[in-house]
Design a protein around this ligand. Structure first.
Ligand SMILES: [Ca+2]
Ligand SMILES: [Ca+2]
Length: 286
């Protein structure tokens, strides 16, 4: 268990180093056409194109070089991910997603029992993960439906992925794919955005959280906010306060909370069940 906690802390640090390419969506459940028609989406949240030559996407028993046809990579059509753009990997062939050409074709299965995906840069740094810490299965998704990260900057954990819904792109048999391969995640387009302001430095005594949430398609008055602490990189959240308005402040008494590195999470939910979160890693002083 200690080992798992350490991995989660490392994850939180890499997430806060944002401005990196992220694993943004995982079509582990295939499509309605075929459970073998899996796909994976990467997103570049920076304002510069990034050449992924030398980068690898990997999970147990599978290594997909993103810039060369080796290992589990069948074909590289495009290894540069545009600024604020996507890279789409399709398994086996390019007809997994109709109407959007794959950037990389690969072989290798994502088991329904769960995998941990890692995106590794040329220096060997793990810059993004998907499904890390999930003990059984996947954080979200289903047979025929993807797992969408709620925002590129969201950490990897139970509360930061949503199951994809039928969109505009079609599968190999012409049915709408449940997910958004190569396009912005639905979960992101309709979910609240949240900002969190905290005092500087190690936190102790009474700590004031200040937050503000806004939503692309929901009035602020309908948003409900909760404040949480996570000791495991976002895999589980412990409530501080719930049922709060879209913006406000809260004085949190840290006495009784175990010291150490934690994530402080403000989560805002709309009436449709979509939610977004702001996350900060802080040190809780004793
Ligand atoms: Ca997407
Ligand atoms: Ca909304």
């Amino acid at each position: 268990m200690v080992k798992v906690a350490a991995a989660c802390v490392a994850l939180a640090v890499s997430f806060l180093g944002a401005g990196q390419v992220v694993i943004n969506e995982v079509g582990w459940g295939g499509t309605a056409a075929s459970p073998y028609d899996e796909w994976i989406e990467l997103y570049n949240p920076t304002d510069q194109p990034i050449d992924l030559s030398g980068w690898t996407l990997a999970w147990e028993g599978v290594a997909i070089p993103l810039g060369e046809e080796a290992g589990n990579t069948i074909r590289v059509v495009n290894s540069v991910i545009p600024a604020y753009g996507f890279l789409l990997l399709e398994r086996g062939g390019d007809d997994t997603v109709v109407g959007r050409e794959a950037d990389v074709l690969y072989r290798g299965a994502l088991a329904n029992r769960g995998e941990v995906l890692q995106l590794i840069d040329p220096e060997g740094n793990v810059v993004s993960t998907a499904n890390l810490g999930c003990v059984e299965g996947w954080w979200a998704g289903a047979k025929g439906a993807s797992m969408e990260r709620v925002a590129p900057e969201a950490p990897d954990g139970r509360f930061f992925w949503r199951t994809g819904q039928a969109g505009e792109l079609l599968d190999a048999q012409g049915a709408p794919i449940r997910g958004t391969p190569g396009a912005p995640n639905l979960a992101y387009l309709v979910s609240p955005r949240v900002e969190l302001v905290l005092p500087e430095g190690p936190l102790t005594g009474l700590v004031t959280w200040q937050w503000q949430a806004a939503d692309p398609d929901t009035p602020e008055s309908e948003l409900v906010v909760g404040l949480y602490v996570s000791y495991d990189g976002g895999a589980t959240l412990q409530p501080v306060a719930e049922g709060l308005p879209a913006s406000g402040s809260y004085d949190w008494d840290t006495a009784g909370w175990e010291p150490g590195p934690v994530l402080l999470v403000v989560r805002a939910q709309d009436p449709d069940g979509f939610w977004g979160a702001a996350v900060q890693e802080v040190e809780l002083a004793g």
